[in-house]
Ligand binder design. Structure first.
Ligand code: ADP
Ligand code: MG
Length: 662
């Protein structure tokens, strides 16, 4: 075939192939145009998943009649005139391709009445275009703004039309597109309807949070933590593209971080937006995931909304046909900013999932819980007798309490001590006193029981663990206690693991972990490959206090081992073997700072898992108290280092509901 110039129609259809993949792409382009036109309300009407009709009407500035033919011409735009402007583009569109592409593969009709130059123009006009046919501009009647109608999408591209899914699927994509656009443009009212049924009706609001909640679901309102982090440096003028220093212009990160309990199986509920434009970005998605490290299990994805406002000259939006991906001048700094903003917010929050949160399918089976508790529980109350017996238990306990709970020595001390107890323990102590007295004077047993003293002094300087010392160990695995909001059910292993992890993490940030020299080196069998892996992990091993070196062709000698593990009788050979297994599975890598951080997390996690109490370990009162008091002190106590929850709360509100008291 000889070389020939492509016809304009073919050029447009090829361009359409890139930009217009499915009905939702048309919706995206048209709604973006309405937003660029300054609309304050946008109504989207869809028929048959968008293959029948897509109608977008807005109250934006409109298009003057004489410009209508240009609007549908390829590479014609009102948003861009020079390359300098492109470097700092502030509108969603700029390629001047969308309307031409859409017209080439559908029947497009535009009715518009312009208000662009201040006064509403009398004349509204209409133009129609389909394939390579364009009608004349005709007078029409409409209110200020623009109505775009797209019918019979892909009527002349049967190959593309065949790829379309069921109308409901295509409409699903349209819904998702509108969700994304509406989320960032909260000051614009949106409606969406499908085959005559309204599916979205969003009123304009100044509150970004409100708009996000409207879109994500009101039931998530309480599960979304708002964060904001402003860079000290101001945002540069939108069209000013003068020279900038490396870190000028980063302005603001705002967003909502979902509680770990509402994390999902897919990352679909992560919304990332730069300067009003939704994008995909692997590095920023990684920042979100990193911020939740140890708070959600590796196979769950946090729910998060992240809006970044930044100097537009520091981001190149012209790298992808639908602008779904962008390139940053200083991606690392942005990564750090997002990571610290979310992480900081999560650290300051109570992340304990409530037993009423049913989104993850975790509802508490009350019947089973109470039957189990009755059969196999032990109540460690704060009776001096029980408490002091507890202290004798294990002197080398890993759970050395930070606020030692001493037995009251005098009557006055006892009274103070009694005052601090929660009503339930007062009842317990009272019962004991009563039983003791009944032995001396049997009449006491028949006295009507006085009502229990209620603790009126909710003294805030008493650590919560002392205020509510009562804790029930159930099935030697779970601890049941209370806080001001309700009942807490704690997984003892998971919580202890987190406690150890945070302690190790703090120590390791300050200096290398303390290590213990072995009298005789422990010898591990290791192939040449594993020896090389061990070599590559040297900086990691040094940090945690393991000293190991090859001893022969097939063996490695361990000379020193972390004191922390040594004291807890963890076998050096077993531990190092497991480290090498992990390295072989490529789970450990110390070659870059980011990889090193992840590897350290992994190893500290292994260490705390080995050192923590297990399900089935009976804990003394002292250990229980220590564990609970640590829970109040450490960061991220709500989840174990693998991200599973340590604690579930059954709220008073939920109890009232279950017992039909409201
Ligand atoms: P781009 O958005 O990249 O400029 P389009 O092909 O999407 O290219 O639109 C071409 C031009 O038509 C725009 O630059 C704008 O001037 C005008 N236009 C399109 N849609 C609207 C609208 N809803 N309201 C006002 N003007 C519009
Ligand atoms: Mg456009």
């Amino acid at each position: 075939m000889p070389i020939r110039k492509l016809s304009p129609l073919l050029i447009n259809q090829i361009a359409a192939g890139e930009v217009i993949e499915r009905p939702a792409s048309v919706v995206k382009e048209l709604v973006e145009n309405s937003l660029d036109a300054g609309a304050s309300r946008i109504d989207v009407t869809i028929e048959d998943g968008g293959l029948g009709l897509i109608r977008i009407s807005d109250d934006g500035q409109g298009i003057p009649p004489d410009e209508l033919p240009l609007a549908i011409a390829p590479h014609a735009t009102s948003k861009l005139q020079s390359a300098e402007q492109l470097a700092a583009i502030a509108t969603l569109g700029f390629r001047g391709e969308a309307l031409a592409s859409i017209a080439s593969v559908s029947r497009l009709r535009i009715i518009s009445r312009s208000t662009r130059d201040g006064s509403a123009s009398e004349a509204a006009a209409v133009i129609e275009a389909s394939g390579d046919e364009v009608s004349d501009v005709q007078p029409a009647a409409t209110s200020p703004g623009t109505v775009m109608e797209v019918r019979d999408l892909f009527f002349n591209v049967p190959a593309r039309r065949k790829f379309m899914r069921a109308a409901s699927t295509e409409f699903g994509h349209i819904g998702e597109t509108i969700t994304r656009l509406a989320m960032v443009h909260s000051h614009v009212a949106f409606t969406l309807s499908h085959n005559g049924r309204k599916t979205m009706d969003l009123i304009a609001t100044d509150s970004r949070r409100q708009r996000c909640v409207d879109l994500l679901g009101k039931e998530l309102d309480e599960a979304l933590l708002e964060f904001e982090s402003k860079s000290a440096l101001p945002l540069g003028g939108l069209l000013d593209s003068g020279p900038r220093t490396q870190d000028s212009g980063l302005s603001c990160v705002w967003g909502l971080a979902g509680l770990p309990a509402i994390a999902r199986a897919t990352s679909k509920f992560q919304y990332l937006c730069i300067n009003g434009r939704f994008i995909r970005d692997r590095s920023l998605a990684h920042a979100i995931k990193e911020a939740y490290r140890g708070l959600v299990p590796p196979d769950r994805q946090p729910v998060a909304v992240v809006f970044i406002t930044m100097d537009p000259t520091l981001v190149d939006v012209n790298v992808h046909p639908t602008k779904a991906e962008v390139r940053f001048r200083d991606g690392n700094r942005l990564h750090g900013l997002v990571l610290t903003a979310i992480r900081g917010r999560l650290l300051g929050a109570d992340l304990t999932p409530s037993a009423t949160v049913t989104m993850t399918g975790r509802t508490l089976d009350l019947k089973e819980a109470s039957e189990g508790a009755a059969a196999q529980s032990s109540f460690y109350g704060s009776s001096p007798e029980v408490a002091s017996r507890g202290f004798m238990d294990s002197p080398a306990s890993p759970l050395v309490p930070s606020h030692p709970v001493t037995s009251p020595a005098s009557t006055a001390a006892f009274v103070d001590y009694f005052r601090q107890m929660a009503p339930v323990q007062k009842g317990f102590v009272y019962q004991q006193v009563r039983e003791a007295m009944a032995e001396v004077d049997p009449a006491v047993a028949h006295d009507p029981q006085p009502s229990l003293p209620v603790s009126s002094e909710a003294s805030s300087n008493v650590p919560p663990v002392l205020r509510s010392f009562g804790v029930l160990q159930v099935h030697k695995s779970y601890l049941v206690t209370e806080d001001e909001h309700g009942i807490l059910i704690i997984d003892q292993h998971a919580l202890h693991e987190r406690v150890m992890f945070e302690q190790l993490r703090q120590r390791v940030t300050a200096r290398n972990l303390e290590s213990q020299r072995l009298l005789m080196p422990a010898v591990v069998r290791a192939s040449a490959k594993r020896q090389a892996l061990l070599d590559a992990l040297a900086p990691l091993l040094e940090k945690i206090g393991i000293e190991a070196e090859p001893m022969g062709p097939e063996t490695v000698a361990i000379h020193a081992f972390p004191t922390f593990l040594f004291d807890r009788k963890v076998d050096p050979i077993e531990f190092v073997t497991e480290l090498l297994d992990q390295a072989e599975e490529e789970k450990l890598d110390a070659s870059t700072p980011t990889a090193m951080e992840a590897a350290l997390h992994e190893v500290l996690d292994m260490m705390s898992c080995k050192a923590a109490v297990k399900a089935g370990d009976r804990l003394s009162a002292e250990e229980l108290a220590a564990l609970l008091s640590k829970r109040d002190e450490i960061e991220r106590a709500s989840n174990c280092p693998h991200g599973r929850p340590t604690t579930i709360r059954l709220s008073l509100r939920e109890l009232e509901k279950q017992f039909k008291r409201t």
